[in-house]
Design a protein around this ligand. Structure first.
Ligand code: LMR
Length: 317
């Protein structure tokens, strides 16, 4: 007897989607939403299996796994892609963005598309940018209220030249730790402070060891949603269309929930009596922006600054 169900399953295309954060985060939730929408649109012809929390691959090996087609999708922060695509360092510049609207205009607009197209040179299909939100500072021994507080601190950063330099400009040293090892390093007091979104600080429990949190909104944490290019090219046109449409809908949804999830985690942290929560003063933010100025000039020198002008005009249109 012919087993229709089994035949159907045999013809089913599977996308393995690996990422490094908890499910109840903007990226975790957007991945689930993308999987649901795509399975619906393709009438089950594509099945997406998500491997969250670095359970399959971590910061150090997920890109290679994607390029080898061991997984078909990953969504690293754009900061982690700067070694592969140096132009993307622009997105790490501190205080480049000030509102969620500016972020959405740039990442979901023509500039975002241009940035994603740069992935073609490394045989990766860039599907979209997703957002998490603005980064804050969490620290263990003392609150970080003014730039002088960073002197001689060990600050964890993602592997990005701009992120490492920004803390060096404040007198700190930067340590590159992969996200799945970060909690252990924090617990072993190997790191004094880190920059991250509230959803990452909350979902990974960093606040239990780094209980000083300063709301700085000094940088952006967002993601590039990547697909193995050969796998993309192997899809028939109608399924490629389904992937594009599902990604558009999941991206719109991601930008909506990112702000909400970070706000919810802020409320939870505000209620925690062990958390010392501060907000960077406007006057102090101005001093930080002044300290960070050399980052902009060196960026403008060593990488074509057309994107910087384009982003600034997009933001101030
Ligand atoms: C980090 O390493 O702090 C972030 O990339 C984690 C993530 O992917 O949001």
């Amino acid at each position: 007897p012919v087993d229709e169900e089994q035949q159907g399953l045999n013809k089913q295309i599977v996308i393995n989607f690996s990422h490094v954060v908890a499910e109840d985060t903007p990226k975790g939730q957007a991945a689930i939403k993308f999987a649901e929408i795509l399975e619906q649109k393709s009438n089950g012809r594509i099945h997406v299996v998500i491997y969250p929390n670095g359970m399959l691959y971590n910061d150090n090996n997920e890109l290679k796994a994607l390029q080898n087609n061991d997984v078909q999708m990953i969504a690293p922060t754009f900061s982690k892609m700067t070694k592969t695509i140096p132009t993307w360092e622009i997105l790490d510049l501190p205080y480049l963005f000030h509102t969620d609207e500016e972020v959405e205009d740039v990442l979901n607009g023509r500039i975002g598309e241009q940035l994603l197209n740069q992935l073609n040179r490394v045989n990766i299909k860039g599907l979209a940018f997703w957002n998490n939100g603005f980064k804050q500072m969490s620290s263990e021994k003392k609150p970080l209220l003014k730039w002088e507080d960073f002197k001689n601190l060990k600050v964890r950063t993602m592997p990005s030249h701009v992120l490492q330099s920004q803390f060096e400009l404040l007198g700190a040293s930067s340590i590159n730790t992969s996200f799945d090892e970060l909690y252990t390093e924090v617990e072993k007091h190997k790191i004094d402070a880190q920059e991250n979104t509230l959803s990452n600080i909350y979902s990974k429990g960093f606040y239990k060891v780094q209980n000083h949190i300063t709301l700085t909104n000094h940088g952006l944490l967002g993601y590039a949603v990547l697909m193995n290019e050969d796998f993309w090219n192997s899809l028939p046109q109608d399924l490629q269309d389904d992937v594009v449409e599902a990604m558009q809908e999941a991206t719109e949804w991601n930008f909506q929930i990112a702000k909400k999830l970070n706000q919810q985690d802020l409320e939870k942290l505000k209620k925690d009596p062990n958390i010392d929560l501060n907000t960077l003063s406007v006057a102090e933010q101005k001093k930080w922006e002044k300290k960070f100025k050399p980052l902009y000039s060196s960026y403008e020198k060593n990488i074509n600054s057309t994107f910087l002008e384009e982003i600034r005009s997009e933001i101030h249109h």
